[in-house]
Design a protein around this ligand. Structure first.
Ligand SMILES: Cc1cc2nc3c(=O)[nH]c(=O)nc-3n(C[C@H](O)[C@H](O)[C@H](O)COP(=O)(O)OP(=O)(O)OC[C@H]3O[C@@H](n4cnc5c(N)ncnc54)[C@H](O)[C@@H]3O)c2cc1C
Length: 566
C-alpha cells in the first residue's frame, strides 16, 4: 500500500492530498469498507478516474497481498509515516498553479479556432525544401526560370558539342543548308541522264539531301540575271562552267527514255535543274561529265552571275508571270502604269549551247518584260530537244519572243538581213521618267479631245476599220482574230491567259526595235556576229571593239553584250 501511495504521490493530481498533510485517506478500513476513500470526493475528478481504473484490488501489477494492506497501520510518531511534520514545504509556484481555478475546455468557446494538435517537428529535408520555396517565391520571374534556362542551355551545348566533334571526324559530311553557294562547292547527284543526240546530253542534277535544304526556301532562278554554275573534277583539279535551266524531270517515256520536263516554278521544286552538255571528242571535262552514271556525286558552285539586266522602273511593279508548262497555263501580263517607260526589247544571237543563257531567263520566274527576237544557230535539228522547242513556241504565242532557227545542215546561216538596227532604251535615267510622263499626259489629252468631239458631233456610226467591226474582207478561214469576232469591246475583256491576251488584245505584226543585243556561242561565232572580245584586263571585262554584222547596222559597245566561252 505504501508503495502504491508513493507511486500515486508522484502524480501532480495527488498533490492536494499531500499538501494538506492529511494521510486520513490511507486510514480507511478496507475490510469493512467504512473508512472514507478520498477518491470518492466530488472535488477530485482525477481521483475518481484513478479509482475506476487503478483499484489495487483489481490490479494484477501490484504484487501486494491484500492481507498486508488490511493490516497496514502506519506509526504516526515516525518521521517516515508522518512526513508532513518534517518534509520541506511545497514550491510556491506550484501552489499558485494549483490554486488557479480549473476550467473545463469547451470547443464552442474557441472562437479563434486555436488548435491544440500536436505537429511533429519538420525533418531537415523538409526545412531545406521550405527554405528554397520561400527564396524562390520572393524572387523575380527570370530568377524562377533560371534553373530551367540553364538546363536547356546545357542540353543545347551537349548537342552542339556532339555535332561539332562528329563533323570534324567526317570531312565529307554535308552540313551546309544552301542549295548553292558561290564560295563553296556543294554535293549534287546526277539524278537523270539522257542522250539528246550524238554530241548533246541532258543531265538533271539534284542537291544531295535536297529535302532537308528546301526548308530555307532558297530560290535559284530569277529572270533578272543570267547565271551559271561551276562543276569541279576533283582528280585533275579543273572546273568548267555550265548553264542550268529551271527544268526538272517529272517522268520519262519507258520506250525512248525521253524525259518529261517540267518548269521549276515553286519553292518545293527548287534544288533540281537540268544541264544541256555538249560532248567534245577531245574535251576531257565534257567527256567525264557526260559519262557519269546515275546517282554519282559531283561538286557544284554557284550561282555565278554572268549578266544582270539593267534597272527599269517597272521592276518595282509585279513581275511578268513565269511561262507555264502548257500554253493556257501562262498567266496574262499585268497592266503597268501608262506614265512609266515601256519595257526594253532585246535581240539575242546564240549558237549551239550558246542559246542556253537566253532559255534560262525565258523559262525563269520574272522573265524580261519586253519582247526578244532570238536567232538560234545549230548544226542540225536534233541538237535542240523537241520539248525545249515546244516551250519556246509557247513563249512565242504569248508575245514574249520571236524565234528564228538557223540549221547549218539545211544551209541556213545568219546574215546581215537578220540584224535589226538598234534603238535607244526606253529608260536610261530620271529624265526618261519625266519624258514618258509628259508623253502619257499628251496621249490622255488627245483621247479626251477625241471623246468630246464625238459627243459634240453625235454618236458616229462605226468606221469600217474599227477593230470591233466586221468587214467581209477581214473574214479569214484560218485561226480567228479580233476582226472575226463582231461587236466586242475588247478593252473590257479580261483574258484567261497570256496567249489570249497577246492573240486578241495585243497582237502586233511588227516587232519593236531592240535596244540591247546579246551574242553567245563559240569564239568564231561571236567574232562573226560582233567582233573579237578582249578580256585581257584585271577585271576580265570585255574591252574588245564591236565588229562583224552588228557593227554594220550601227551597234556599239554600249548596246552589245558578248557572253564568251559557251
Ligand atoms: C558561262 C559559261 C556557261 C557555259 N555553259 C555551258 C553549257 O550549258 N553547256 C555546255 O556544253 N557548255 C557550256 N559551257 C562551256 C563549258 O564550260 C566547257 O568549256 C565545255 O564543256 C568544254 O569543256 P572541255 O573541258 O570538255 O573541253 P576543252 O578541253 O576545254 O576543249 C576541248 C576542245 O573543244 C573545243 N571547244 C571547247 N569549248 C568549245 C565551245 N564552246 N565551242 C566550240 N568548241 C569548243 C576546244 O576548241 C578544244 O579543241 C559554258 C561556258 C561558260 C563560260
Amino acid at each position: 500500500m505504501l508503495k502504491l501511495t508513493l507511486l500515486r504521490a508522484q502524480r501532480p493530481v495527488r498533490f492536494p492530498l499531500l499538501a494538506t498533510g492529511s494521510w486520513a485517506g490511507l486510514r480507511f478500513n478496507s475490510s469493512t469498507g467504512k473508512g472514507k476513500d478520498p477518491r470518492d470526493s466530488k472535488d477530485c475528478k482525477d481521483c475518481k478516474d484513478s479509482k475506476d481504473s487503478k483499484d489495487p484490488k483489481d490490479s494484477k501489477d501490484y504484487n501486494v497481498p491484500l492481507r498486508d494492506l488490511e493490516n497496514f497501520s502506519p506509526d504516526l510518531s515516525s518521521r517516515v509515516s508522518n512526513p508532513s511534520g518534517s518534509l520541506p514545504g511545497m514550491n510556491q509556484e506550484i501552489l499558485d498553479l494549483m490554486k488557479h481555478p480549473k476550467v473545463v475546455y469547451n470547443p464552442a468557446n474557441n472562437k479563434d479556432e486555436t488548435r491544440y494538435e500536436f505537429h511533429a517537428p519538420k525533418t531537415p529535408k523538409e526545412e531545406y525544401k521550405e527554405a528554397i520555396k520561400n527564396k524562390v517565391q520572393g524572387s523575380s520571374k527570370i530568377k524562377k526560370l533560371l534553373p530551367s534556362l540553364l538546363l536547356g542551355a546545357g542540353f543545347l551545348w551537349v548537342i552542339y558539342t556532339y555535332d561539332y566533334f562528329t563533323r570534324e571526324k567526317d570531312p565529307y559530311r554535308d552540313t551546309d543548308s544552301s542549295l548553292l553557294r558561290e564560295d563553296k562547292f556543294l554535293p549534287y547527284l546526277v539524278s537523270f541522264k539522257y542522250r539528246i543526240d550524238d554530241s548533246h546530253y541532258l543531265i538533271e542534277l539534284t542537291r544531295k539531301n535536297r529535302a532537308r535544304k528546301l526548308i530555307h526556301n532558297q530560290r535559284l532562278f530569277n529572270g533578272d540575271k543570267i547565271w551559271s554554275i561551276e562543276i569541279a573534277k576533283p582528280d585533275i583539279n579543273i572546273t568548267r562552267s555550265y548553264t542550268p535551266l529551271p527544268l526538272f524531270v517529272a517522268g520519262f517515256d519507258p520506250l525512248t527514255q525521253e524525259p518529261h520536263l517540267r518548269l521549276v516554278s515553286k519553292a518545293e521544286q527548287e534544288g533540281k535543274f537540268i544541264l544541256i552538255v555538249k560532248r567534245y571528242p577531245d574535251g576531257e571535262f565534257s567527256r567525264w561529265l557526260t559519262g557519269l552514271g546515275l546517282l554519282q556525286e559531283i561538286k557544284v558552285r554557284g550561282p555565278i552571275q554572268d549578266y544582270k539586266f539593267r534597272f527599269h522602273p517597272l521592276d518595282h511593279y509585279q513581275a511578268r508571270p513565269q511561262l507555264g508548262n502548257t500554253l493556257e497555263r501562262t498567266e496574262p501580263d499585268h497592266e503597268y502604269p501608262g506614265h512609266l517607260p515601256k519595257p526594253e526589247n532585246f535581240v539575242f544571237y546564240g549558237a549551239g549551247t550558246g542559246i542556253l543563257p537566253f532559255l534560262q531567263v525565258l523559262y525563269s520566274p520574272n522573265p524580261p518584260k519586253g519582247i526578244t527576237e532570238a536567232f538560234v544557230s545549230v548544226h542540225s535539228e536534233s541538237n535542240l530537244m523537241g520539248q525545249l522547242r515546244t516551250l519556246n513556241y509557247f513563249a512565242e504565242k504569248c508575245g514574249r519572243v520571236k524565234f528564228h532557227y538557223l540549221v547549218e545542215d539545211q544551209n541556213q546561216h545568219l546574215s546581215s538581213n537578220d540584224i535589226p538596227s538598234p534603238t535607244f532604251p526606253h529608260f536610261t535615267g530620271a529624265k526618261d521618267l519625266k519624258i514618258s510622263e509628259e508623253v502619257y499626259r499628251y496621249k490622255l489629252l488627245q483621247e479626251k479631245k477625241a471623246e468630246v468631239r464625238r459627243q459634240v458631233e453625235g454618236d458616229p456610226i462605226k468606221k469600217p476599220d474599227d477593230s470591233t467591226s466586221v468587214s467581209p474582207s477581214s473574214v479569214s478561214y484560218g485561226s480567228p482574230g479580233p476582226n472575226d469576232i463582231p461587236n466586242l469591246d475588247f478593252s473590257k475583256i479580261k483574258p484567261d491567259n497570256a496567249y489570249q491576251q497577246f492573240r486578241f488584245l495585243r497582237g502586233k505584226k511588227e516587232l519593236p526595235p531592240p535596244s540591247l543585243a546579246f551574242v553567245c556561242g563559240p569564239d568564231g561565232y561571236i567574232d562573226f556576229v560582233s567582233g573579237k572580245p578582249n578580256l585581257n584586263n584585271t577585271e576580265m571585262k570585255d574591252m574588245g571593239p564591236i565588229g562583224g554584222l552588228l557593227k554594220e547596222k550601227g551597234w556599239t559597245e554600249n548596246n552589245v553584250k558578248r557572253l564568251v566561252g559557251l
